[in-house]
Design a protein around this ligand. Sequence first.
Ligand code: G
Ligand code: G
Ligand code: MN
Ligand code: NA
Length: 253
Amino acid sequence: ASIEAELRHALARNELSLVYQPKLDLRSGAVTGVEALLRWQHPTLGAVSPARFIGVAEETGMIVAIGRWVLRMACTQAVAWQQAGLPPLRVAVNLSARQFRDQALLEEVRAALHDSGLAAQYLELELTESLMMHNVDEAVAAIENLKQLGIALSIDDFGTGYSSLAYLKQFPVDYLKIDQSFTRDMLDEPRVAAIVRSVIALGHSLGFKVIAEGVETASQLDYLRGNDCDEIQGYYFSRPLTPDAFADLLRSS
Ligand code: G
Ligand code: G
Ligand code: MN
Ligand code: NA
């Protein structure tokens, strides 16, 4: 069976789930939030990586229904953690280009917040540069509308896409996420380290907070802290976790 045919049934058959990777504040050491990451467990194909199926979902348009489910599930989970006594945290959801261009997105975000009861400040949407550069004027308008809901926004995989510095200042986002390829190479390659330091400085001078992704070692964490990065995410602190495992981690830390 093709991935496409199987994906059509994945939602109805309850094969999709979300795992959550913590983000850590480098000054306080506190967990500030989580990124929701989609997982697909198929009965015979086994675990299918999002790298294999997000593209298919995007091309066929299935990403709109899947993305709506992700958004609602992530908001519902954030409320469930609060009700279980955890401190309120931001939950970040990845948006694909197709979802971002969908006229219904704004209403769907509003409905997901309303129906779950999650306060807007605890939802974050992660957008990629390429998604925003497709049509800059439309993107700026869409981002401004989302911002007005009171949610947080971040630019994901920063430095790997096609964004122009001329436009960056127009996007009213809260966070830049330094792509994990930079984090991976920065301690081996001085020029990559220079890029990381420059992105942190650029982000701060434009009023953004900066998160580094893919942090796997203590030396990477130290370097980022020494260069005033705000938050980190990566296997060094935690892999993406099930909701229960994340609650356990927070209670024990
Ligand atoms: O979790 P993992 O590293 O396997 O994710 C691989 C890719 O899939 C990443 O680029 C990530 O942003 C993307 N991804 C994971 N979950 C979602 C989701 O819910 N929606 C979208 N659009 N992309 C996702
Ligand atoms: O494109 P996006 O940044 O949303 O993708 C996040 C992806 O990175 C997820 O698939 C997640 O599983 C993966 N990831 C998270 N932390 C690490 C890490 O420390 N190292 C590596 N190699 N991948 C990571
Ligand atoms: Mn992301
Ligand atoms: Na990324």
